[in-house]
Design a protein around this ligand. Sequence first.
Ligand code: HEM
Length: 328
Amino acid sequence: MNTALKPVLLLLLASVSASALADDAKPVTEQLVDTLTQLAGGPHPKFRANHAKGIVAEGVFTPAASAAEITKASIFTSSNPVTVRYSDATGVPNIPDADGNAFPKGIAIRFNLPDQSLADLVCISVNGFPSATPEDFLGLLNAVAASGKETTKPSTIEKYLGSHPAALKFVTTPKLPPESFATQAFFGVNAFKFTNAKGETHYGRYRIEPVTGQKFLSPEAAKAADANYLMNELPARLKSGAYSYKISVQIAEADDTLNDATVSWPDSRRVVELGTLQIKAIKADGASYERQVMFSPLNLVDGIEPSDDPILLARPSAYAVSFGRRLQ
Ligand code: HEM
């Protein structure tokens, strides 16, 4: 080796390993936000690192009598005003609503309680997740990021999907664009522990289903859809009246997996209605509201606790990294 080059090479290697070390030394949740940002062509200042494009509405939740059987939580045993943010997936702020990458859609529901406390439900439009742990999810996102630049086959993502069946199932799930956010069902995916007034406990997963049923665009309509068709449809719909969903919880049986969001439970599991979510209007100051708030699946009230699902437990710190950055 040309000895004159050696110090330069050593310096380069040192800086490469120092930056690799710095990345590894970051918490996995921060690395997840970094990769989500990279995949979205960001950073996009002021926008969420995931579910960047959204619209905010407001309404009311009214409990069903059956809710008390499952939980004493005030959000499901009393009627309260709610703020709801719908979103497209990815950190791309102007992603076309019918784009396959805008799947899954998101819903974040904030229950605004009389004592100024709050609780959130943060759900997606598919009943499952590609990865069981944050480390695995980072592996998937990094494989997607690596594959953009590759010319050899199989690509990193093809290899990754070949050895991760849950991720393969997720990415090959049909990405049907809904007619409207009002015709889309949403799922909690992660399990929570619910306690009722008698101290009885159940594990369950949320379901949010439109009372008039799900409706999707035909493939032709999806191709022709305006880039903002969902964001434009909602205000138009609400001018002619409110719409509603049933919120319920699918109850786990003794052997069901509680800590793995890639495993959905059989449809035969009991589903208990918690109540009705009625959406009444677009929130007037929605654009500034969405910038100022962070929804979190661990904003909970007494009667609901997290399961030990590592994806669920990682979400608040990933969201906080994104929130901290978009506030700057
Ligand atoms: C480790 C796994 C996950 C990571 C790293 C992740 C990451 C993120 C990030 C960074 C944000 C933006 C937060 C903000 O700036 O306020 C976000 C938002 C969101 N995530 Fe996740 N997420 C994960 C899992 C999930 C799961 C399992 C669900 C649903 C079951 C979900 C649903 C949503 C929704 C609906 C939003 C938008 C919330 C809003 O409107 O503010 N995420 N996610």
